[in-house]
Design a protein around this ligand. Structure first.
Ligand code: FAD
Length: 434
């Protein structure tokens, strides 16, 4: 089979790939120097749309509407853009072998690609219930969501099971976004998760109480403190019910599982240093092998602000890490360097009429402020996380652009706080003063 050589190869065609390509074009590349190799059949797009606008009952988002880089207010890179820039999009191509010593990648179809510089942007794969041998978990209509093909299967299931029953397994942000959008599609929705409240890795009990109340008011049923241990299906193999550990059985026409992801690093096992489940990089996203970079979900990088190493599975970091890596690559070609990556963690989610943002680190004590009544016409509330007398993290539901900027600044500046009661009373006003 043919071998193709590129100066730069981006492995993976998701969010980070799109932002890296834009940065390469900005910095200046020659035609034919850069290729993106992706398992997916489409050019890079803004993955968060898949659990939101893509599933709307009316006016659903479809490609080419949400190709990168529209998610951050940038230019929409259509397939023609890559053509014009001479960037080769090698789509529907899964790489099954990577040999970093010979700088070559081999596809499932047997094609070989060689490179001078490699950017690994393979993202994450979803954890499946079949991975744990959950009984009946291979039934039809037990679905997951990571790529556009998965979203299309979900759209088809929503249409096939109109006004039916959906069970969402998992209480993270994917579970919350999917429960909301399936409810908007008029399905009868039940969420199931083992923890005492939703989004436990970020939400405090107080924050979660608002969302659980709001969802209940929208008709979403929540079953906490138990897990799915098996599924029943009919003679066609379609799922009909979810069996819970506590003995309850929930009828289901569709099950969507959102129980987390795993970074896709297996191609590089034993070839690159790893840390915290990801590929270890420096502040320029270079791995332990010179000329090989890792960005987005797969990278474990130095978090300058907190003086430790972290892996971040959020879209903002996918974008920024990709840009940082390309800037560093181009600078090093000219014998220059760029500033170290200095990232402020930022994560957001949207569902129903709600939208929240979180900045910083959720460590230490917390205070809750504002109107967190789920029945309010326009709820607006937030939380601060305080450690060693300083604010480390800030969360805001329903904020304006200015207000969100204000809480971002608080998380970055880490102002001192002497009295938590005053902070609770001042709430957003405290952030506005920073
Ligand atoms: P990805 O965007 O996942 O791209 C990885 C690409 O690599 C894919 O195209 C994949 O097919 C390809 N690939 C992998 N292995 C191979 C291989 N061997 N050969 C060829 N190609 C390969 N974050 C937020 O902050 N806010 C949100 O609201 C939000 N919503 C989300 C909703 C959903 C449904 C999902 C799945 C994620 C969401 N995220 C959100 C997380 C965010 O989308 C990810 O952090 C981001 O996409 C990571 O970018 P990436 O480029 O590292 O990986």
């Amino acid at each position: 089979m043919a071998e193709k050589h590129f100066k730069y190869v981006i492995l993976g065609g998701g969010v980070a790939a799109g932002y890296a390509a834009r940065e390469f074009a900005k910095q200046g590349i020659n035609k034919g120097e850069l290729a993106i190799i992706s398992k997916e059949a489409v050019a890079p797009y803004e993955r968060p749309a898949l659990s939101k606008g893509y599933l709307f009952p009316q006016g659903a988002a479809r490609l080419p509407g949400f190709h990168t880089c529209v998610g951050s207010g940038g230019e929409r890179l259509l397939p023609e853009w890559y053509d014009e820039k001479g960037i080769e999009l090698i789509l529907s191509t899964e790489i099954v072998k990577a040999d970093l010593s010979s700088k070559s990648l081999t596809s499932a179809a047997g094609a070989t690609f060689t490179y001078d510089i490699l950017i690994i942007a393979t993202g994450s794969s979803v954890i499946k219930l079949t991975d744990f041998g959950v009984q009946g978990a291979d039934a039809n209509n037990i679905l997951y969501l990571r790529e556009i093909d998965d979203a299309d299967k979900l759209v088809a299931a929503i249409q096939a099971k109109k006004d039916g029953k959906a069970v969402i397994v998992g209480g993270g942000y994917i579970g919350l976004e999917l429960s909301a959008v399936l409810r908007l599609n008029n399905l009868d929705v039940t969420m199931v998760y083992p923890e005492p409240w939703c989004m436990p890795r970020l939400f405090t009990a107080g924050i979660a109480a608002f969302y659980e109340g709001y969802y209940a008011n929208k008709g979403v049923e929540i079953v906490k403190g138990t897990v799915a241990v098996g599924f029943e299906s009919d003679t066609n193999g379609d799922v009909t019910a979810v069996k819970l550990k506590d003995g309850r059985v929930l009828d289901a026409d569709i099950v969507v599982v959102g129980v987390g992801g795993r970074p896709l690093t297996s191609l590089f096992k034993g070839q690159l240093a790893e840390e915290k489940g990801g590929i270890k990089t420096d502040a320029f996203f270079q791995t332990s092998v010179p000329g090989v970079y890792a960005v987005g979900d797969v990278a474990t990088f130095p978090m300058k602000l907190y003086g430790d190493l972290r892996r971040v599975e959020h879209v903002d970091h996918a974008r920024k890490s990709a840009e940082q890596a390309v800037k560093a690559i181009k600078a090093s070609e000219e014998g220059k360097s760029v500033e170290e990556y200095d990232y402020l963690p930022y994560f957001y989610s949207r569902s129903f009429d709600l939208a929240w943002q979180f900045y910083g680190d959720n460590v230490g004590d917390t205070v809750l402020f504002g109107d967190d009544d789920p029945a309010s016409a326009k709820p607006k509330f937030g939380s601060y996380w305080i450690k060693d007398g300083k604010i480390f993290g800030a969360f805001l539901e329903g904020g304006s652009a200015d207000e969100n900027n204000a809480i971002a600044k608080v998380a970055r500046v880490q102002p001192a706080v002497s009295d938590l009661n005053v902070l609770t009373q001042e709430g957003l006003q405290f952030a506005a003063k920073i």
